[in-house]
Design a protein around this ligand. Structure first.
Ligand SMILES: CC[C@@H](C(=O)O)C(=O)SCCNC(=O)CCNC(=O)[C@H](O)C(C)(C)COP(=O)(O)OP(=O)(O)OC[C@H]1O[C@@H](n2cnc3c(N)ncnc32)[C@H](O)[C@@H]1OP(=O)(O)O
Ligand SMILES: [Co+2]
Length: 135
């Protein structure tokens, strides 16, 4: 079951400058910064009530964020939904015909297991599923 919009991912060129910008905008400092080498990103997270804003800067030129910035420029990169059982949702969405970008849940930022759906099958919106890691 989908339970919440967990975060909105925003691709940025300079995370330090964008941290300052979003701190002024939201009137709150980021609660966390984390590099996820497997995704080629450095992130920072701002809490807005139940939802979060995730800023993403590329750490290398092969990163999905580097490619996105090159093609589309800065802006909303993905919407992440919290789910109560990620494997069950992945099985359900696959059976519904959606294209999963990873066949097994993978490690994301902020203590989450994540899976992405190809934006070609979701009205050009990159969708991330995420579930809290339990270990
Ligand atoms: C920090 C971890 C995690 C978290 O815990 O929150 C994250 O959020 S990590 C975020 C970064 N990781 C990812 O995005 C992983 C999933 N993404 C991918 O696997 C790829 O980016 C992709 C979506 C499969 C696209 O890769 P690729 O096919 O190599 O790139 P292209 O540039 O050729 O794009 C093909 C096609 O798709 C369109 N596209 C790409 N990204 C997006 C996007 N974010 N939103 C909407 N559309 C997107 C791109 O424009 C191309 O379209 P056409 O030009 O019309 O063919
Ligand atoms: Co994300």
């Amino acid at each position: 079951m989908f339970t919440n919009v967990e975060h909105i991912g925003i691709a940025v060129r300079d995370i330090t400058a964008s941290n300052n910008l979003f701190t002024k905008l939201l009137n709150v400092a980021p609660y966390k910064s984390e590099t996820v080498a497997s995704e080629g990103v450095t992130t920072s997270f701002f809490r807005v009530n139940e939802t979060k804003i995730e800023l993403l800067e590329a750490t290398n030129s092969d990163s999905p964020i580097a490619k996105f910035l090159e093609k589309k420029g800065e802006g909303i990169h993905h919407i992440a939904f919290e789910v109560d059982d990620i494997q069950a949702e992945m099985d359900r969405l696959k059976a519904e015909g959606f294209t999963l970008l990873n066949e097994t849940p993978k490690r994301g930022a902020d203590n989450k297991l994540v899976c992405f759906l190809h934006p070609k099958g979701t009205n050009s919106v990159l969708v991330e599923l995420c579930q809290e890691r339990k270990e």
